[in-house]
Design a protein around this ligand. Sequence first.
Ligand code: 4AD
Ligand code: MG
Length: 457
Amino acid sequence: MKHIDIATVLQDKTLLGSKVTVCGWVRTSRDSAAVAFLELTDGTSFSRLQVVVDKSSLSLDPECTKCGASVAATGVVVKAFKGDGAELNAESVTLLGRCPNDYPIQKKRTTLEFLRGIPHLRLRTNMFSAVFRVRSVAAQAIHRYFHENRFYYIHTPLITASDCEGAGEMFRVTTQPWNAAYDSEEAYYKEDFFGQKAGLSVSGQLEGEVAAMALGRIYTFGPSFRAENSNTTRHLAEFWHVEPEIAFAELPEVMEVAEDMIKYVVRAVLEECPAEMDFFERFVENGLKAKLSNIVESSFAVLDYTDAIELLKKADVKFQFPVEWGCDLQTEHEKYITEQVYRKPVFVVNYPKEIKSFYMKQNADGKTVAATDLLVPGIGEIIGGSEREADPDKLLAAMQARGMDLASYEQYLDLRKFGTAPHGGFGLGFDRFVMYVTGMENIRDVVLFPRTVKNIM
Ligand code: 4AD
Ligand code: MG
């Protein structure tokens, strides 16, 4: 059907006085004996288009005034009665699809919890359509940032035989019948599709390193899967993961790229989604826009893990999890550091080697690794990264200390055998990033169909 976007009608001043056709869904309507007003949205902009129907010259199907109905309207674009926008004086309004009264998205305010139960319809609300426009703009900005800085976009496999983080949180991929009986685990997997145990990748990093050791700077942007049994507001079983990997980079350069990328994308969202950001500021997080402008303008803090522990020990707060050098930072600790102390993003660096992955570069102190997590107010960790261990002997020792099966990492070890070089990278949880820029507090509300423990609607 030939028509133009409502965003174009609202923005393009040269259309005033011309006749156009728009298509959209009715958000609200006011109907009187002489005139009817339909507010239409087609998803292209936050603002809606008001369609004015002079009932003395046009008979309007009452179904066209129902919330949720889809219609096509043709008419002349005129200056809006209020404000400096545009509206449409209708010459014809055609019903495309009726919408009965049990449509669950009505004008009255509903709860996010209720909307989570109707993931197929919630995008039609102001809030969710705004979240997904911002999500798209942020994703495009990430690609643009890397492209402009000569990072090549790599597609790493989703099905894998190795567990990158070594944390055993992989979903299994199998074609075995549910009641298959075998003498041993080995015999069972031998009969399976790949002839060995396979799963969904938790990270594209190890393959990303392969590409970085040939192309210099690369990134991946795709789904990662974690079978973590964590039912929290920031964990998904399937999340979108941005993972750059940089050859010849040490930890400070990795952090520089992370900070630069975040600032670039935040700036893009502020510039390209002003109406959405105004909405989030008003209805989701008071102070959001100032928070984000601040991000763009000031430097992120850097805090050594050891100093973080001292800071937490001195804190005038009773934490649920006790703090000792060597412990992993819990969300409550991360939030204290970034919300109470720094009030901005903080890179925590140089974690104890025991709580981090085998591939991280071992520091000279023999106790810590050149790793960093970026913590932000409201969420905690949004980035995990490190310089990688480039020394083959040290890497091997770290793997042996963890009792890893070396045979399945032969190719990874080859990267250290043939022309090894310092390199590093990080992983950004894209869904968490979208939470951060929109102010949404639950990760389930920034994903189309969230997959979480016991939930796959
Ligand atoms: O800290 P993580 O586990 O690091 C890695 O996977 C590294 N291989 C990345 C790298 O260096 N290339 O995960 C990176 C980020 C986290 O900081 C978090 O933002 C996000 O991925 N993340 C999740 N997001 C949503 N749901 C989950 N279950 C997540 N697990 C990690
Ligand atoms: Mg992490």
